[in-house]
Design a protein around this ligand. Structure first.
Ligand SMILES: C[S@@+](CC[C@H](N)C(=O)[O-])C[C@H]1O[C@@H](n2cnc3c(N)ncnc32)[C@H](O)[C@@H]1O
Length: 323
């Protein structure tokens, strides 16, 4: 199974950026700032050929990779249909997606042209959602802060877009090296430390703590191991990983838009949308997706930066191989 994570299998045409944006918006419409970020992630990842056996580590509910590999779901489906703990999101920073109900079954239009061999994540509810996609051959629950439950040299390709969530990052990177075949590749999409600066926190004196707490909703607490480029590269070298390619794909402009986004009102938007009759919900969703496709199209450019001084990228894709 070649190109397990590349979005266009041999003989098929890669989707246009706008198609990709629409696909992610359909699933993440109430958080459009996440949809354009995922579009940029997917477009950058599509430049990597990734062979089987493949591992998607910290795969969550699997939807990012499923859509990336060309899966299509009915437009009535989105991630906000199966959520919980909405009253705990603002104060307690609960993950509204980390719940499952018996009814969870995304309505499939097209199964991706390829599957991923193994998906792994900490959260069992997210893994149950991933299982419903019939996209991963195997799903494994594990804590990436511990030794990984895979043998030496197992994978030809490993993908992770959540390494900066892992506390024991040096162990994690050494483990990635151990489980990757000597001729295999590891693709990490990581946020950089400048994400902490690409926020409104520089205006704390004018805006106040309350404003910044509401906008931030504790997201920096879930990223214990952000680092700058030199820091990430030093970690890779220490773990015995060689850097083959690096591609910045999120600029300060993208990060600052995402910083505000619709995050603070998401729980209310979700409640409102889920209180509608299905036909009204779908009709409003279609108009919403059309509008955000137009609004966000200019931002689906990995190089776009409206800041005049050159700035550090906010997220970067590293391709690594065992030394
Ligand atoms: C931002 S989500 C990304 C999910 C998925 N890759 C995607 O793109 O939608 C981060 C994921 O990392 C997982 N995660 C966080 N800490 C973890 C850990 N210590 N071990 C395994 N998974 C972890 C979370 O459960 C969550 O699914």
């Amino acid at each position: 199974m070649p190109n397990a994570l590349a979005s266009s299998p041999k003989g098929t045409q890669a989707p246009s950026t706008l198609d990709t944006l629409r696909r992610y918006l359909n699933v993440y419409w109430l958080r459009p700032e996440n949809a354009f970020w995922m579009t940029l992630r997917s477009e950058t990842l599509a430049q990597c050929a990734m062979a089987s056996p493949s591992l998607d580590i910290c795969c969550g509910d699997g939807l990012f990779s499923f859509l990336h590999c060309g899966g299509v779901l009915d437009e009535s489906f989105d991630v906000f249909t199966t959520v919980g703990r909405l009253n705990d999101v603002t104060q307690a920073h609960a993950d509204m997606f980390d719940v499952i109900s018996g009814a969870y079954q995304p309505p499939m239009i097209t199964q991706p042209g390829q599957s991923i061999d193994v998906g792994a994540d900490l959260k069992t509810a997210l893994l149950t959602k991933a299982r419903a996609l019939s996209f991963y051959r195997k799903l494994v629950q594990h804590n990436a802060n511990e030794v990984l439950p895979f043998g030496d040299d197992t994978f030809q390709s490993v993908y992770c877009n959540a390494a900066y969530w892992i506390d024991h990052i040096d162990l994690f990177l050494r483990e990635l090296k151990r489980i990757t075949h000597p001729h295999g590749r590891i693709v990490l999409q990581v946020k950089l430390a400048c994400m902490q600066r690409y926020t409104l926190s520089t205006f704390r004196d004018q805006l106040g703590d309350k404003f910044l707490d509401i906008i931030g909703r504790g997201r920096l607490d879930t990223w214990p191991t952000l680092a700058d480029r030199a820091g990430w590269e030093q970690r890779f070298a220490q773990a015995g990983l060689c850097l083959e390619d690096e591609r910045p794909f999120i600029t300060r402009t993208h990060a600052q838009i995402w910083d505000v986004g619709l995050r603070p009102i998401a729980p209310m938007l979700v409640k409102m949308a889920n209180g509608l009759e299905p036909a009204s919900r779908l009709s409003i969703k279609k108009d919403w997706v059309d509008l955000f496709c137009e609004l966000l199209a200019p931002f689906c450019d990995a190089q776009l930066d409206l800041f005049t001084q050159s700035t550090e990228p906010a997220e970067i894709q590293y391709m690594l191989r065992p030394a």
